[in-house]
Design a protein around this ligand. Structure first.
Ligand SMILES: CC(C)(COP(=O)(O)OP(=O)(O)OC[C@H]1O[C@@H](n2cnc3c(N)ncnc32)[C@H](O)[C@@H]1OP(=O)(O)O)[C@@H](O)C(=O)NCCC(=O)NCCS
Length: 215
C-alpha cells in the first residue's frame, strides 16, 4: 500500500504517498491539471491530486484553479490545501478552515552549498552553534537539520501563497531543540505585519516534512 504516512488532527489532514504506480492508476481518479511533459513530474502532480481525494473523497479537484503565482486553490475556499513532491513522494495538507502550507524534501548535501542564500545572519549563527555528536560539520544530522530549515521556509512560502517572499529577510526561524524525529519550530513572517507561526516537522528515513496551519 503506497500510502506512506497519514496524520489526522482536529483541523488538518496530512498524507504522504510513495509513488510506485503507473500514470493510469492515478488517471482513473484525477486528471492532469496542466501541461506537464516530464513523465515523472506528471506522476508527482497526479499523486498530489490523488491524495487530496484520498483525504477528502468529496474534494472538488475539478474546481481547482491555479493563481499567477502557480498556487493551486479552490475559489470558494471549501478546502485550504497545499501540495509538495520530491522524488517518489508526494505530500499534501488539507484543512476546512485553516490556511496551510507543506513541503517535503530529500536530505542532500546541496543544501549546504546554498545555505547563505536562504538563511539570515541569526539563522546562520544558530546553525554554527549546533553541537552535534560528530566532529565534522557535514554529518548526516547536520544535513538533516539544514534541510529542515529549507523545508520550513518552503512550507511558509506556500502558506503565504502570494509569492514575492525574501526567504532571508521575511522568514525568521527561531532556535529549536534538535530533535531528530519530530518537533515544532517557531517562526516570524515579517512583511506588512508580523505573523507568528508554528511550523511542525517530522523526519522519515532520508526525508523531511514540514507544515504550517493557521486560522
Ligand atoms: C513554488 C515552489 C515553492 C515549488 O516548489 P518545488 O520545490 O518546485 O516543488 P514542490 O513539489 O515542493 O511544490 C510544488 C507544488 O507547490 C504548489 N505551488 C506552486 N506554487 C505555489 C505558490 N506560489 N504557493 C503555494 N503553493 C504553490 C503546487 O501545488 C505545486 O504542485 P502541482 O503543480 O503539482 O500542483 C518553488 O519553486 C519556489 O518558487 N520557491 C521559492 C523559491 C525562492 O524564493 N527562493 C529564494 C531563496 S533561495
Amino acid at each position: 500500500m503506497p500510502l506512506f504516512y497519514e496524520l489526522i488532527n482536529g483541523f488538518a489532514k496530512i498524507a504522504i504517498w510513495h509513488i510506485a504506480e503507473e500514470k493510469n492508476f492515478f488517471l482513473k481518479k484525477v486528471p492532469l491539471q496542466r501541461e506537464i511533459t516530464h513523465p515523472h513530474k506528471q506522476l508527482q502532480h497526479l499523486a498530489g491530486r490523488y491524495l487530496l481525494q484520498h483525504l477528502y473523497p468529496d474534494f472538488p479537484y475539478h474546481l481547482i484553479e491555479i493563481a499567477d503565482t502557480r498556487k493551486p486553490f479552490l475559489p470558494n475556499e471549501e478546502y485550504h490545501f497545499s501540495i509538495s513532491h520530491c522524488g517518489d513522494y508526494a505530500a499534501v495538507i488539507v484543512s476546512k478552515d485553516h490556511r496551510v502550507g507543506i513541503d517535503i524534501e530529500r536530505v542532500t548535501a546541496k543544501v549546504e552549498r546554498i545555505q547563505h542564500k536562504f538563511l539570515n545572519e541569526e539563522e546562520l549563527e544558530m546553525v554554527a552553534s549546533w553541537r552535534l555528536p560528530v566532529d565534522s560539520m557535514l554529518t548526516d544530522q547536520h544535513l538533516n537539520f539544514l534541510t529542515l530549515l529549507w523545508c520550513c521556509k518552503e512550507a511558509v512560502f506556500k502558506w503565504i501563497g502570494s509569492g514575492g517572499v525574501d526567504f532571508k529577510n521575511d522568514i525568521h526561524l527561531k532556535p529549536f531543540d534538535l530533535n531528530f524525529d519530530e518537533g515544532i519550530i517557531n517562526c516570524e513572517f515579517i512583511k506588512e505585519e508580523k505573523n507568528h507561526l508554528k511550523i511542525k516537522y517530522k523526519f522519515f528515513d532520508g526525508l523531511c516534512l514540514a507544515w504550517v496551519a493557521t486560522k
